[in-house]
Design a protein around this ligand. Structure first.
Ligand code: 5GP
Length: 195
């Protein structure tokens, strides 16, 4: 098991409905030393790629993306989930269905922060059905920018998102891939990775 898988086994809680709760270290309380290792690992896996911007989605992706960005020396742009009165100018918009909240959201990025000059690494905390990622990919495409890769902290491999994104031809790196989890026993099994 890698450092992240060990932490998930130690502190993750399997909930009914295929939800893995990791709010004690990843997406509510945040363990910054762990984020630092996650950022290093993303840097290693995307070594050599000409990444000049990181794109994520509010809220849980932001902290992870910010720490990772220090390794890429690139700014972070996060997609906003609702129209904010402070958003000005032309917008890039995509529709995203939320796995956790079971509702549809528009995700929005101001055009001026994503342009055809950008080579983008997309980062998020979870990959489940892939809706959030597909929305972010659409936004990058609308901007005329290039997706250099996708970095995910936890992929739920038994849900279709990973296969969809890999089949689209993107380099998708998930630091832990949960193969199965059982809310009755709490057991979590990971897909072996050779990286
Ligand atoms: P997708 O769009 O791939 O179905 O879901 C991705 C988003 O749903 C992630 O950004 C994450 O916020 C949330 N999510 C999906 N599955 C889980 C889960 O098992 N646990 C938690 N905490 N969040 C999840």
């Amino acid at each position: 098991m890698n450092f992240l898988e060990e932490r998930i086994v130690r502190d993750g809680i399997v909930k009914e409905g295929n939800v893995l709760k990791v709010d004690s270290f990843l997406n509510h309380q945040m363990d910054i030393a762990l984020f630092e290792k996650i950022g290093e690992e993303f840097k290693r896996r995307f070594e050599g790629k000409p990444i000049n911007k990181i794109l994520t989605i509010e809220a849980s992706g932001i902290g992870i993306a910010c720490i990772a960005a220090q390794h890429f020396k690139a700014p972070v742009v996060f997609a906003k989930k609702a129209k904010s009165i402070s958003l000005e100018g032309e917008m890039l918009v995509a529709e995203v269905e939320s796995f956790t909240h079971k509702c549809k959201n528009q995700v929005i990025v101001a055009k001026k922060f994503l342009t055809e000059k950008d080579r983008v690494l997309i980062i998020d905390d979870f990959l489940a059905n892939g809706c959030a990622l597909q929305g972010l990919i659409q936004i990058v495409q609308h901007a005329g920018a290039v997706v250099e890769g996708v970095g995910i902290v936890i992929e739920k491999g038994f849900q279709p998102g990973g296969t969809i994104i890999r089949n689209l031809g993107y380099q998708l790196e998930s630091l832990a891939i949960v193969e199965s989890m059982d809310s009755g026993t709490g057991e979590i099994r990971f897909r072996p990775q050779d990286r």
